[in-house]
Design a protein around this ligand. Structure first.
Ligand code: CP3
Length: 348
């Protein structure tokens, strides 16, 4: 176990379930294409992965939303797909199709990937965290992250984004051993990746299981919850004081499984989860982060204001609460809407 002097920022305290007298806020995908300064830097950098693997550029992009908005945290600029990329399952980003990965199908192909010493190959990310922590003021937390094994495996097996996830769902039924082999390998290196991010200076970490919602109930525990739970256990054995946020997107009532894990501090809820339900069924056990519909941030105006106020009125009840979106900021979101939203949350 490593003793850390983790910054007791309002965000960190709220994630640990404390009421801090105000509502801390950050936004998933707060750095990205809706910001003109991001688009400018991105057009000069060649590829998206060049940005992720250059510690100075990654730090600069991480700081961009902090310089514009009154946010409580920065999230390190990177991607969940740097892990398969560094293991040898190469990733390209197409402007039309999103990520494209060299597809993995068989146990033989999985065994050819190199999951050993992944943290060595991902060292630019840890460098970027070190540099960002120095640049960031003490009141602001720095969040590290990774994808969950199920979500990363889905990109590897499908070869990119999918509409129906048929390839991986079929693999789970017909060749469960092959999928388990991949999930196990991912589990080990993802725990190391989070630990390395914390060692470099991350004050909290989030695990994105963006596609948890496509799992049938019979396989949810085994393929989404269990691997995440074991990753959290490993991270907590090293850094018990660092809060862990889990985002099992579209998991519905299965969010309760995560709330019962003693290794999980906070749950990020998507916009389909009723706040009242989360307040009643989850918030006694974990802090809640969420859950404005990103489309309301895109459209702005009165509907956004009313819904943000409603969310705060239900979830800001002397228990752990962090304002966020139900998913990432959409590309065409006007910057002024983000300014309005941050101001509004400050007034709660
Ligand atoms: O500001 C932040 O939130 C930090 C950076 C961040 C990115 N991706 C940058 C990014 C984070 C936390 C992620 C997580 C991520 N990446 C997830 C989980 C969250 C979610 O959205 O569900 C997933 C599934 C990915 C995989 C991924 N990366 C996809 C599907 C895409 C293409 C879709 C898109 O929005 O373009 C990416 C590319 C990506 N990741 C971009 C950014 C800023 C856009 C790349 C570009 O500049 O062209």
């Amino acid at each position: 176990m490593i003793e850390t002097e983790n910054l007791e920022t309002d965000l960190v305290l709220a994630l640990k379930g404390k009421s801090v007298g105000r509502v801390p806020v950050w936004l998933m995908r707060q750095a990205g294409r809706y910001l003109p300064e991001y688009r400018e830097l991105r057009s000069r950098s060649g590829s998206f992965l060049n940005l992720c693997y250059d510690s100075n550029l990654a730090m600069e992009v991480t700081m961009q939303p902090i310089q514009r908005f009154d946010l409580d945290a920065a999230i390190i600029f990177s991607d969940i797909l740097v892990v398969p990329d560094a293991a040898g399952c190469k990733v390209k980003f197409s402007p039309e199709k999103g990520p494209i990965l060299s597809q993995i199908r068989t146990a033989e192909e999985i065994n050819k990937l190199d999951f050993e010493n992944l943290t060595g190959r991902l060292s630019p990310i840890y460098e970027a965290i070190k540099k960002t922590r120095v640049a960031l003021s003490k009141e602001k937390a720095l969040i590290g992250f990774c994808g969950a094994p199920w979500t990363i495996a889905s990109y590897m097996i499908e070869g990119g984004t999918s509409r129906d996830f048929l390839k991986i769902r079929k693999l789970a039924v017909e060749e469960p051993r092959t999928l388990e082999l991949l999930l196990k390998k991912l589990e080990g290196c993802l725990a190391s990746h989070l630990i390395a991010q914390i060692s470099a200076g991350a004050n909290a970490v989030q695990i994105f299981d963006s596609w948890a919602g496509v799992l049938a109930d019979g396989s949810f525990k085994h393929l989404s919850f269990d691997p995440i739970h074991r990753i959290c256990k490993k991270v907590k054995s090293m850094y018990p004081e660092i809060p862990i946020i889990v985002f099992p997107r579209l998991a519905g009532t299965r969010y309760t499984q995560f709330s019962k894990s003693k290794y999980i501090d906070a749950l990020s809820i998507d916009q389909t989860i009723p706040c009242e339900w989360a307040a009643k069924n989850l918030q006694d056990k974990v802090a809640i982060q969420g859950n404005l519909d990103p489309v309301l941030l895109l459209s702005g105006g009165d509907k956004m204001v009313k819904e943000a106020q409603r969310i705060c009125s239900i979830l800001n009840q002397n228990k752990g609460f962090v304002f966020n979106l139900g998913h990432g900021v959409i590309k065409d979101t006007p910057v002024e809407n983000v300014v309005t939203l941050c101001k509004l949350v400050r007034e709660q």
